[in-house]
Design a protein around this ligand. Sequence first.
Ligand code: MG
Length: 396
Amino acid sequence: MAERDVTRLAVLGATGSIGTSTLDVAARHPEAFRVHAVAAGRDVEGLLAICQRHRPARAALADASAAAQLSARLRAEGIAGIEVSAGEDGVAALAADAEVDAVVTAVVGAAGLASSMAACEAGKTILLANKETLVVAGEAFMETARRSGARIVPVDSEHNAVFQGLPGGKASAPGVERILLTASGGPFRDRDPDTLAAVTPEEAVAHPNWSMGRKISVDSATMMNKGLEVIEACHLFGLAPERVDVVIHRQSLVHALVGYCDGSYLAQVGSPDMRVPIAYAMGYPERLASGVELVDLAAAGRLDFEAVEERRFPCLRLAYQALRAGGGACAVLNAANEVAVDAFLEGRLRFDRIAAVTEEALAAQAPPAPRDLPSASAIDAQARRTAEAAVARIEG
Ligand code: MG
């Protein structure tokens, strides 16, 4: 393959589970992909190992002192020719680099917003994995993409499955009626809801099917993760909330279904391994080997589907509530939930009170939709203050 056919990648959030899976798929297809830039938050040794293996032209760490350490470690290892930048601006600069064709946005949390936006404004192909981009600033992001011509291919397993089930990835295609996102139900799907007050951080991060970071694991246990995914799906595919449903599917083999007006569902089925959706997003519209085998359906045996119990998962209801409220409500929901989850992980808030903190923040403010990053961060900051006050009062 000629050099011009090589896709030059920027992998933001390179040390996390999505970043690692992306680099794994890229390494399987050296003729098709070159890792041009990698970025992470503060994991010096993790990014150093990636630099040694993939030899990118650029690397960045959001934490400035960690970036200085990385430069020193690269020198100590005798690795030359990697330009290191620091800070969130440094990470966002990689997203807009003229030598990058496709950007994997896998930075976790609201910190990933600036780099996703930078990639969008630069008109890149975006392999979107950062949830907050669409949750916090969905309207501004999609509008920017329309203007810049950025192509957005979702990496999250559910949205990627929907994308695969839609003609040309578009829900505006004739005959599309609704989409159905599946949820594993997390570690507490069978636990007596009356005992959720006693849940410890260790229990909450032990996901039955997926291995993920701590924050998203807690979100999975409360099902706020699914709520955020419903919000993302509405923006990504231009759907009203009532056309997006959630169903519990404990095997995590069917990731989403697209329902058509003729009574057909198209389902995407695959192992719960992020390399499956990542390889699809990287190769789209072609299929790439991901290193993952087809599911042995006879060995799997069953595909179960169940309704979501609202009493057990109040966070899902809050997400629909924010979506219907519109404006900046989803940004409030997201920020308040981050505060509540942090407080839970630090032992400052009971698990079953995460929803209460988030609900209080939603009730306290109804800002307009953020137009840009500064207005998004203003909403975010205000919601965090409200949520912190709620945590202090509820646990006080
Ligand atoms: Mg997901």
